[in-house]
Design a protein around this ligand. Structure first.
Ligand SMILES: [Zn+2]
Length: 246
């Protein structure tokens, strides 16, 4: 691993010395002072490694292997197509592992339970209220303009075994049958309607925008597989009563 740039090393050193001095001045006893010193020696080692790995990661973006992976992915997906998806912040849901996703080709957004904020059921039936202050809504609007004339495939992940979603839905008082998978897909169908409604509205206004195709999928972090088509069975009587079961 490469060494740190000298100015960064110096900044880090100054920061740690200043913090340590400030912390030590709060204690008279030698025991807590000793402890504090060992904490800071750990912090220094950790920080150096942390910066080194971040720098290495940034450098790898331009490595021949990653450049080739990006080129192959672009050829496979098609020049006029762009793939984006939203998944959970769950540590197992890593875009590189889920879809061998190379950096800077399309994109991935990670939120708790993969929830896209900014699309809610509208007052009039079958309409969606779109909050244009939402970061994600603004991001989709930017994509629609930037990729005008092309097609965006926008994936929404209702992943299996989602701890964040169980928590969100149980606080809403929802019935817990399948860890909230069905409830999540129902919510994401509203998101989908909202995305299509947004595209229509922007097309009216701007004339030249991208097409957008929302896609549902459920990633299974325990097997690494992806299940598609669960939304087709959303109104199935058994699914309504018992949720999705194995
Ligand atoms: Zn999750």
């Amino acid at each position: 691993m490469s060494t740190l740039p000298s100015h960064l090393e110096k900044q880090l050193e100054n920061f740690i010395v200043l913090q340590l001095t400030a912390c030590l001045s709060r204690f008279d006893d030698t025991k807590p002072q000793k402890m504090m010193k060992s904490y800071f020696s750990w912090l220094r080692k950790f920080s150096i490694l942390y910066f080194q790995t971040r720098i290495q990661r940034a450098q790898e973006l331009n490595s021949p292997e990653v450049t080739l992976a990006k080129k192959l992915a672009k050829e496979y997906i098609g020049n006029k197509n762009h793939d984006f998806f939203v998944t959970c912040v769950d540590g197992r849901n890593m875009p590189t592992i889920m879809f061998s996703k190379p950096p800077q080709v399309g994109g991935a957004l990670r939120t708790p339970a993969g929830v896209v904020n900014g699309f809610m059921e509208g007052q009039k039936s079958k309409t969606v209220f779109i909050d244009t202050d939402s970061y994600v809504v603004l991001q989709i609007m930017t994509l629609l303009r930037e990729k005008a004339g092309d097609t965006i495939y926008y994936g929404l992940d209702s992943h299996l075994g989602c701890a964040a979603r169980s928590f969100i839905h149980s606080t809403e008082g929802g019935k817990q049958t399948d860890g909230g998978v069905r409830a999540d897909i129902v919510n994401k169908m509203t998101t989908t309607k909202g995305i299509l409604q947004l595209q229509k509205k922007m097309k009216k206004q701007w004339k030249y925008v991208a097409d957008i195709v929302p896609i549902f999928f459920s990633y299974d972090p325990s097997s690494g597989g992806v299940i598609s088509g669960l939304e087709i069975h959303i109104d199935n009587k058994d699914v309504v009563n018992f949720g999705y079961t194995e």
